[in-house]
Design a protein around this ligand. Structure first.
Ligand code: FAD
Ligand code: MLT
Ligand code: ZN
Length: 496
């Protein structure tokens, strides 16, 4: 890493040796303008403020420059753009809602890459309620896809805190997770077909809505989680589910992660697997959200060390989920798995519980510097992992506080640290490398993953090299070379 050039502002090593085009910037821009038409290209003539949103990642870890921002309206424009960029060796960075955590949608500092924003490719192409499927373009905001399904009395279950901004193409390309994975799986599990513009300008059009199709390799799966390094996704056909009609939601205090895991198993059994979310929340996250997010308050009267936000759902309007949840929590109280609980009496309570959970990342951000670790281990190992990880942090990071929360039902924790009150932000953030190493090594010891749902982007390229089995890395590089021989697609992301 040390020999690589560093970003002038953030001093992070550059992972991307940008592909070099023989065209002058003016030639490249005029070629792209011909493909994208009037209004299809934003370039340096605009005020910097208009371009800035495309050039930074949302965590402000990376600050890039670009030759232009392309705003294609159709998949044909995307293929034309790629054919041109491939011919002239111009690096291309796909961008959706730009809510990703790993800098995957940010161009490098060369000023030679094109950012391709998919935001204008945002039509719902068709919805088939009988087939429980929807076909939507990559630039649709996730919330838009959810609403279209809802209007057809169906459910599209992917749900993330960023769902008002992130786009389907970004969700597919990061294989997003979120708060319903326990019941419905990750983005990958919700896909029936894809339309993808390939590096050489061909269009892979595979938008079928078949549930069964065993005809050779599952080519579409290559693009899911590829973070724009193998093609630009322009549309997808997706699975829908029956619309949910009953909900039972509780915010329950538990003595610790071990009790949380036991409670989850009990609830799954008792409810016939109707648990759709089961989120672990530490006391510090309740304090942080109550302090920084207007309208958030502790749902319980007295403080407790840990909580779970659990939700049972059903497509049957009359399912007695509330009774079931209350009985299970009462049983949990007797067995000391539960210390106290608030059950939502109406939609307002439910929204309040979810607001507390969904705003933890924002509250962390407002509180000061934070170090994020999106890890997973087998669900059974969660308590031991938290115990060992907490001990390491207490012994080694005196100016940090652990904020470990997340999708415990999926074995996925956001094992984050925030700077302690009064700590020096820069000194705390300077600990990033050793802290990351210790936590990710511990994750490896537990047979876990250092990136459960946020991907690799630019941030975790080194981690992938360190932890991925060599044969897997080798296969990834072979696939990359086969699909993108000129290395124009999101250079330096996922693979160096
Ligand atoms: P972007 O950030 O724009 O891009 C992400 C990557 O995908 C980049 O590499 C980009 O090049 C590539 N890409 C984008 N569009 C395309 C395309 N059409 N074709 C090919 N490549 C493309 N993530 C979770 O998994 N679970 C969560 O619970 C979760 N919660 C979040 C909560 C908050 C408050 C925030 C801010 C983020 C959260 N995220 C979560 C992270 C983020 O929202 C997801 O990773 C999301 O899927 C990114 O979508 P996007 O459209 O913003 O993608
Ligand atoms: C979440 O689950 O809230 C996000 O994936 C984690 C984060 O935003 O840090
Ligand atoms: Zn998450």
């Amino acid at each position: 890493m040390s020999g690589l050039p560093r970003c002038a502002r953030c001093r992070r090593p550059e992972t991307s040796a940008s592909v070099v085009s023989a065209l002058t910037p003016a030639q490249a821009l005029s070629g792209l303008e011909r493909i994208l038409g009037a209004g299809g290209l934003l370039s340096g003539e605009l005020p910097a403020a208009d371009l800035e949103p495309y050039l930074n990642d949302q965590r402000r870890l990376y600050h890039g420059r670009a030759l232009a921002i392309a705003l294609p309206r159709t998949e044909v424009e995307v293929t034309g753009l790629l054919a041109f960029c491939n011919r002239h060796h111009i690096g291309v960075v796909p961008q959706g809602g730009n809510t990703g955590y790993c800098g995957g949608a940010t161009p490098d500092e060369s000023g030679r890459q094109i950012v391709v924003s998919l935001s204008r490719l945002n039509r719902i192409r068709r919805i088939d309620p009988l087939n429980y499927s929807i076909v939507a373009e990559a630039g649709c905001v996730l919330g838009q896809v959810q609403r279209a399904a809802d209007e057809a009395q169906r459910l599209f279950p992917l749900s993330l805190g960023s769902e008002g901004t992130c786009q389907l193409g970004g969700n597919l390309s990061t294989n997003a997770g979120g708060v319903h994975v326990l019941r419905y799986g990750m983005m990958r599990d919700l896909v029936l077909g894809l339309e993808v513009a390939l590096a050489d300008g061909r269009l892979l059009s595979s938008l079928g809505t078949l549930r069964k199709d065993n005809t050779g390799y599952d080519v579409k799966s290559l693009f899911l989680g590829a973070e724009g390094t193998l093609g630009i996704i322009t549309a997808a056909s997706l699975k829908l589910f029956p619309k949910l009609k009953s909900f039972a939601t509780a915010f329950a205090a538990v003595p610790g992660p071990r009790a949380a895991v036991a409670l989850l198993a009990r609830l799954r059994e008792a409810s016939g697997d109707s648990v759709s979310s089961f989120e672990l929340i530490p006391r510090i996250a309740v304090d942080l959200t109550a302090r920084h997010i207007p309208g958030v308050r502790d749902p319980l009267d007295a403080p407790h060390p840990w909580y779970v936000l659990c939700e049972l759902t059903s497509a049957r309007a009359a399912d007695p989920l509330g009774d079931l949840l209350e009985r299970s929590l009462a049983g949990g109280l007797e067995e000391k798995l539960v210390l106290d609980a608030a059950v939502a009496r109406n939609e307002r309570d439910r929204a309040a519980f979810w607001k507390l959970r969904e705003t933890i990342p924002e509250a962390q951000r407002r509180d000061g510097g934070s170090l994020k670790h999106d890890i997973s281990v087998p669900v059974t190992s969660i308590p031991d992992f938290i115990e060992r990880g907490s001990r390491w942090i207490a012994d080694n990071v005196p100016d940090g506080r652990l904020v470990a929360y997340g999708h415990v039902g999926d074995g996925n924790l956001h094992f984050n640290l925030n700077q302690a009150p009064g700590a020096d932000r820069a000194a705390f953030l300077a600990r990033e490398a050793p802290v990351k190493r210790a936590i990710h090594d511990l994750v490896r010891d537990f047979g876990g993953s250092f990136s459960a749902e946020h991907g690799i982007g630019r941030l975790k390229v080194g981690e992938l090299e360190r932890y991925a089995p060599p044969i897997e890395l080798n296969l990834m590089r072979t696939i990359k070379r086969a699909l993108d021989p000129n290395g124009i697609l999101n250079p330096g992301k996922v693979l160096r």
